[in-house]
Design a protein around this ligand. Structure first.
Ligand SMILES: CC(C)(COP(=O)(O)OP(=O)(O)OC[C@H]1O[C@@H](n2cnc3c(N)ncnc32)[C@H](O)[C@@H]1OP(=O)(O)O)[C@@H](O)C(=O)NCCC(=O)NCCS
Length: 166
């Protein structure tokens, strides 16, 4: 009960994150979240490439009380944006940071000229699927046995940015 009260207080007081472009100095914290969030986490080298070399990539971190609580990224390919990852620190889930990160990405994708936004999500990942659906993403197909760790299928989701105001 004590935990619930604290969590409710946090929801109400709404520790609003600030967003920053992901920089190399964020990577220790980002990798801490990545390793706790995914069974096949990206390496430091992969993130470093994304934030220092990939000119088609945009990555953002959400920060509260000077700590990275989550991050998300996308690639822009012509007029399409592909979300590569979204994660929130396990201790900070359920407080709206995942939604805030997605809204930030959607708005950035639109600013960068994308008309459509796509992503893949594990069939078993109910929390992420619910989040994406609540933002207007529509499930439009599968990639069979997409995930190498357990052979799970991916659902492909799309959001048409022309029909949505962000
Ligand atoms: C998916 C994830 C980013 C959501 O982040 P979060 O900060 O906890 O999400 P929010 O608090 O912003 O919740 C947004 C919505 O997500 C959905 N959601 C979040 N947690 C949920 C849960 N445990 N069960 C079902 N739906 C959930 C709800 O639709 C929620 O909306 P609501 O608050 O109006 O009910 C987070 O769970 C995470 O990091 N998971 C591990 C990494 C991952 O799976 N990334 C996605 C890969 S495709």
């Amino acid at each position: 009960m004590a935990t619930e009260a604290t969590n409710n207080e946090r929801r109400v007081s709404g520790l609003k994150p600030t967003f920053s472009v992901m920089l190399p100095e964020h990577l220790d914290q980002v990798l801490g979240i990545e390793n706790r969030s995914f069974t096949v986490p990206w390496s430091r080298r992969a993130f470093m490439f994304e934030v220092t070399e990939n000119e088609f990539a945009f990555y953002t971190v959400a920060i509260t009380e000077e700590k990275v609580v989550g991050y998300a990224g996308l690639w822009i390919v012509l007029d399409e944006a592909h979300i590569t990852n979204v994660a929130v620190h396990p201790d900070h889930r359920g407080f709206g940071y995942g939604r805030a990160l997605m809204v930030e990405l959607i708005s950035r994708a639109a600013m960068l000229g994308a008309y459509r936004l796509t992503l893949e999500v594990r069939i078993s990942n109910g929390a992420a699927r619910d989040l994406y659906k609540s933002l207007g993403f529509v499930e439009k197909g599968f990639r069979r046995k997409y995930y190498s760790d357990n052979g799970e299928d991916a659902i492909i989701m799309w959001l048409n940015l022309r029909r949505t105001d962000y």
